[in-house]
Design a protein around this ligand. Sequence first.
Ligand code: PLP
Length: 398
Amino acid sequence: MKISKRSKTVSPSLTLSLTAKANKLRDEGIDVISFGVGEPDFSTPQHIVDAAKSALDCGYTKYTAVAGIPTLRQAISEKLQLDLALTYNSNQIVVCNGAKQALFNALQLVVEEGDEVIVIAPYWLTYPELVKLCGGKCVVVTASAENNFVPQASDIEKAITPRTKAIIFNSPNNPTGAVYSKQNYDEIAQVLSKYPDIWIISDEIYDKLIFDGNNHVSLAQYSELFLRTIIVNGVSKAYAMTGWRIGYCACPSEEYAKLISGLQSHQTGNVNSIAQRAAVAAISGENTFTEQMRQTFELRRNCMRDCLDKLTSISYVFPQGAFYYMVKVSQFFGKSVNGRQINSASDLAQIILDDTATVVIPCEAFGAPDFIRLSFATNQDCIRKGITRIQSVIEVIK
Ligand code: PLP
């Protein structure tokens, strides 16, 4: 039987396949340490779970409005007011199945066949796949380690062509941990303000995980950009709710939100009614959990730095947010470990997994083939033990 070209253009998620491999080893009783994890290792707070239970007990189990229940849309607009001082009425919010669907919806709203979408590398590996699914073409702008993985405004400008339809930003960033400062965004905003037809999709899913007392900044806060910026966010990372699948688009007009809701109505319809009730409790409830989790991640980040600093043959950029380190490993390409050649980050990741049962994520699929990504969404004991294991491999590279 013939299958569609579209289904074949998408690359399966590498992170998921490595995680599956690690789970298999774990099932075999092997003590696996995973630095591959892309989600907080905390349980969803009890008051959120209780809200879901009570939704079930009241029989809150029917279809809801596609764009989300009014209380959740309202809670999201209040959060945006509080955090970013931006005014969205609840009709400008669409609740989606995770930030992932929110991104897909936003791209579907704006991308025509053949349009160019600028993506900053290193990027979250899903962006290029979503752009492809929408018929768009990815144009990659690389943010170098020397610039702390923040793109230069001039490089963004060089990538703009008459076909540029949108640009995706992600701060705090997966996989780099970069957090764009107000000054970084001032420079970028200055360039983008010259190109009024370019949409901005701002993925802010890690907005609550920023370290060293810094603040989250959104391009939507620039008045000259607001009317063409779609904010994507959700509850997955901030409230340890990855499995609940609640994300959202905050649109600069009700009209766009209606169109997104129309697109979603024929794909998935509304998001799970029970999870929506839980998300109301998350977003509008007391928020000590998120702050405690953030502090824990900051300590783990520092712990991982102390461990990595003992490995003199590697380098990294100290992350300012999210929960990832990007470690440069291209200096090992062309060398070998006990007869096994390392020609890529994937080769090294495979050797580390085979020899030490430790999962690291090679970053080819993130547009950063010289790096591996280490997640610190795991406790400090595992961080120490895992880095020691990686060290045992790196020390014997010849
Ligand atoms: N955006 C980025 C940068 C992410 O890292 C992730 C998840 O890893 C998402 C979006 C997706 O979030 P969600 O689980 O809400 O779909």
